[in-house]
Design a binder for this molecule. Sequence first.
Ligand code: ADP
Ligand code: MG
Length: 286
Amino acid sequence: SVPLAFFSGIGAGSKRGILFKGGVAIEALQGVKAIVMDKTGTITQGNFVVQKVIPADGIGEEELLAWAAECEMTSTHPIGNSIVLAAKEKGISLSRPDSVEEISGQGIRAELADGTMLCGNRKFLEEQGIDLTQYEDAVYGTEVLLARNGRFAGHIVIADTIKADAAPAVNALRKLGILTAMLTGDAKKSAESVGKEIGIDEVHARLLPQNKVEELQKIRSQHGSVMFVGDGINDAPVLAGADVGAAMGSGADAAIEAADVVFMTSSMAAVPESLKIARMTGSIAK
Ligand code: ADP
Ligand code: MG
């Protein structure tokens, strides 16, 4: 049975768009020492917009965008969606790829009529042995790199926006004595610029989904009980591996189901709020 005091916490949460999955979730939250967050869709809005298409020598801008969009046609990732949208807005007609393989947290491998394509982050292309001497590193923002038949074909610059309430939320968590960390599969420069802007304690970039789990375990061994906050896209394993798993309400359905806490409004302000409610409920229960 649920101790009576927990009902007040569950009620207080629901008024603020925070869904606690029972008293167990509130109790677990009371002991949290560190909060680990995903970047895309959690700290940022996840509304990517294509800013620039930069083809390698001998390739056209529209040609590069068409290849990328064909690779991303079946992807549900916000990066993929933004590329497909940019191609549609330019009136580019897309052909279905012969085959597509999406590698979680890295990118896409696809067989198109024009050749074998790789479309993803720098680490992904490097690992596939693509020569990237023609590629100039990003200063900010997320970049999607493309290779065709084993050769670098260009890159696409995509911008996302940091949520307005992200920095205040991180600051509020610090005041509550919580260590904050960001785990992301994105490139180092892009991740660090976001981390600096919101004042987060630790930034860990270029992580695959399984690396995120390892990093979370390290943080737990150093600081204690950990809550993970993510949108569930590419981060189901780390959500499940945390002491408290929290899902942003706009995220994947499976994540919402697996989570202990759901932030219905996708607001970062709800993160410190949930902790305050849990702690208050705790003191009522005792
Ligand atoms: P985050 O850790 O910030 O939530 P993800 O784990 O979803 O990001 O993705 C990590 C990185 O993998 C992205 O920043 C991007 O570089 C690359 N990536 C993932 N999915 C795709 C995709 N469909 N197309 C291109 N790149 C992708
Ligand atoms: Mg993500």
